[in-house]
Design a protein around this ligand. Structure first.
Ligand SMILES: [Zn+2]
Length: 66
């Protein structure tokens, strides 16, 4: 059984601390928050937290390293 694909607009707002002025991605205050948000967004998918300035972004890893 699969759950229906939800319309997805972005990471959980309560975990973000705004968007990055440089790259426009959602910012997270810590690596843990970033990974938690990523897990909520894409359960089962691989992702990693990447630092940007004093904040963190999440980056999906689909086996295509770009
Ligand atoms: Zn950034």
């Amino acid at each position: 059984m699969r759950t229906a694909v939800r319309n997805f607009n972005g990471p959980p707002a309560h975990l973000t601390v705004g968007t990055c002025p440089d790259c426009g991605k959602a910012c997270f205050a810590s690596r843990r928050d970033a990974k938690r948000a990523a897990r909520g967004m894409f359960p089962g998918a691989h992702h990693r937290a990447v630092p940007c300035g004093q904040y963190w972004h999440i980056q999906r890893v689909w086996g295509d390293p770009r």
